[in-house]
Write a protein that binds this ligand. Structure first.
Ligand SMILES: O=C(O)CCC(=O)C(=O)O
Length: 266
């Protein structure tokens, strides 16, 4: 947490090395083979953000049991809670995404993840809205597109364009199984892949529980998928009400003004 506070990011070396990493690689491989690179949206700005040679897919809690172990890892989850709980009653997992940068992909443009939400919550006085955990499924190297991070920029004002100076950027080189944690205010992007092999990262996006989630888990996962999950994973993925009571907020995402979490318990 000290590193996150100072730099806006930290690498945990080889947290998921061994059998978890093997299982993740095995579970994700068929989707990596079948999903085409690039965005199919037709929207130019989304296509550029996505990257024409980058393959992305979500719904990971329905695709990989090992993903659920990573989601519930106490170190990663603990860091997300310490960062975000001061501004919400419960955190959520707002997105699950494989980010596989293919050979020849140029660097993604530098950005802040908090830009996913609107100006009011993007304001400089706003708390951190989210924390990303990027798990290296392959080694991340400077040449194959390791995530670029500009340390310290999480404390810069939104109008301070120095935050987006390419010269301040460092690359999160790490061995497979390691995890890069970074905050929603730190300036970062995917790196350029100048090798012949794909750089595979698995991204988990934790956010304040009262924000609208980036990924529509309730559509991506079937009811059976959700029922099979551990209760804590289901709750992180939004299959239940958000209770903002401790933070002075209300109860959100109800069915008949009650908590729909009960509908998924067997
Ligand atoms: O792939 C990466 O290393 C980071 C990509 C990223 O920041 C994003 O797509 O939001």
């Amino acid at each position: 947490m000290q590193h996150i506070d100072l730099a806006g990011a930290v690498i945990i070396d080889r947290l998921f090395a061994g059998s978890v990493l093997d299982a993740l690689s095995r579970d994700l491989a068929p989707y990596l083979r079948s999903k085409p690179a690039g965005s199919q949206t037709g929207n130019e700005s989304q296509q550029s953000f996505h990257g024409p040679r980058t393959t992305r897919f979500g719904g990971l809690a329905g695709k990989s049991a090992a993903f659920v172990d990573v989601l519930l890892n106490p170190l990663v989850l603990g860091a997300a809670e310490q960062l975000l709980l001061p501004a919400c009653g419960a955190i959520q997992c707002a997105g699950t995404q494989v980010m596989a940068i293919g050979p020849g992909e140029p660097a993604q443009y530098l950005h802040r993840d908090q830009g996913a939400w609107q100006t009011l919550v993007e304001a400089d006085f706003a708390p951190e809205l989210a924390m990303s955990a990027m798990v290296a499924i392959t080694d991340f190297t400077a040449a194959n597109g390791a995530t670029r991070v500009s340390p310290g920029t999480h404390k810069m004002a939104r109008t301070d364009f120095a935050a987006f100076d390419e010269g301040l950027v460092k690359q999160a080189e790490m061995e497979a199984g390691s995890v890069l944690l970074y905050t929603s205010k730190v300036v970062h992007s995917g790196g350029a892949n100048q090798t012949n092999a794909t750089r595979v990262g698995m991204h988990i996006f934790f956010a304040l529980g009262w924000l609208r989630s980036e990924e529509a888990h309730q559509i991506a996962l079937s009811k059976d998928d959700a029922i099979r999950l551990p209760e804590r994973a289901r709750s992180l993925l939004g299959f239940g009400a958000y209770d903002g009571d401790q933070y002075g907020g209300g109860r959100l995402w109800t069915v008949d003004y009650d908590d729909p979490a009960a509908l998924y318990r067997v």
